[in-house]
Design a protein around this ligand. Structure first.
Ligand code: ADP
Ligand code: MG
Length: 292
């Protein structure tokens, strides 16, 4: 039978917007010593905005943005939404595409007006075999501002570079500091570029960063930490976080995130704030103290 104090704890958590799957998950979060946080949508708002475009001239720029938005028509990624929004703000019409493909951790590709177009990161450009040489200074400028680079290319060359930025959640820094003061190690785990990840990590006081991790690699990082004897909680929102959320000792989903992430988790935080992680640990410790 479930001890009455656990039932009370689960109820108390629910009142604070923390939905706990069962009494066990509430108990186990008290034993966690590492908290792994996804970046996009967990530490940041996941509402990206297009900030800069590097292209030959304004005509080319609009044309490139139109193609980019068209390629993202089938995508649910925050980067895709940012690009489509910027394009529609300029009154550009999305063009018909075929053969759309989202390549996890890389970007998207599709056929448009008879050629194959690619929209994604440096890893994707390298895979097509395109040189980034003439884009190095634009790229490092984006790095300095912590903006995620998104390249538009066809099979022959890169046509534009977009810089996309995502704001940090208001409660992120104080919440992370509070967790650290409780003696927990806080780690960032993201598919984004090292430079962007470090820029955000520095602003919220996170020292350890795993960046440029492919979706399958996220759960490998969790497994590695567990193998070295740690009890790990993972907080995430995306489809790409789901395997890591499921593997972690405690998986915590951001309620505003994807259904897949919620389904894979033990705990769901209603809304988009993650201060609930701290509260859940508090309730869990108070609850287990009553039992032990
Ligand atoms: P995370 O949510 O941890 O940032 P993802 O695995 O979703 O990681 O994405 C990793 C990287 O892959 C992104 O930072 C981006 O560079 C690229 N990418 C993924 N999906 C898209 C997309 N739809 N459009 C452009 N780039 C993308
Ligand atoms: Mg995310």
């Amino acid at each position: 039978a479930t001890p009455i104090s656990i039932i009370t704890g689960v109820g108390k958590a629910a009142q604070s917007g923390i939905l706990v799957r069962n009494g066990e998950s509430l108990q186990s979060i008290a034993d966690v010593d590492i908290i792994v946080l996804d970046k996009t949508g967990t530490i940041t708002q996941g509402k990206s905005t297009l900030n800069v475009t590097h292209a030959a001239d304004t005509t080319t720029e609009n044309r490139c943005l139109q193609i980019a938005a068209s390629l993202e028509q089938g995508s649910e990624h925050p980067l895709g939404l940012a690009i489509r929004e910027a394009s529609s703000e300029r009154g550009l019409k999305e063009l018909a595409c075929s053969g759309f493909e989202a390549i996890a951790g890389h970007g998207v590709q599709a056929e448009l007006e008879g050629s194959t177009w690619y929209l994604g990161n440096t890893r994707m450009m390298a895979q097509i075999g395109l040189s980034l040489e003439s884009w190095e200074s634009a790229l490092s400028e984006l790095d300095q501002h912590g903006q995620t680079p998104v390249f538009l290319a066809d099979e022959h060359s890169i046509h534009a570079l977009f810089g996309v930025a995502d704001a940090i959640k208001e409660d992120a820094k104080t919440c992370i500091r509070a967790l650290q003061q409780q003696g927990l190690e806080v780690i960032m785990l993201t598919g984004d570029r090292q430079q962007v990840a470090e820029h955000i990590a520095q602003q919220v006081g996170i020292k350890k960063v795993y960046a440029e991790v492919l979706p399958a690699g996220k759960s490998e990082v969790i497994a590695g930490l567990q193998e070295s004897g740690h009890k790990v909680a993972m907080v995430g929102d995306g489809i790409n976080d789901a395997p890591a959320l499921a593997l972690a000792d405690v998986g915590v989903a951001i309620g505003a995130g994807t259904d897949v992430a919620i389904a894979a988790s033990d705990i769901t935080l209603i809304g988009s704030s993650f201060s609930g992680v701290k509260k859940a640990i508090g309730i869990s410790k108070a609850t287990t103290r009553n039992i032990r």
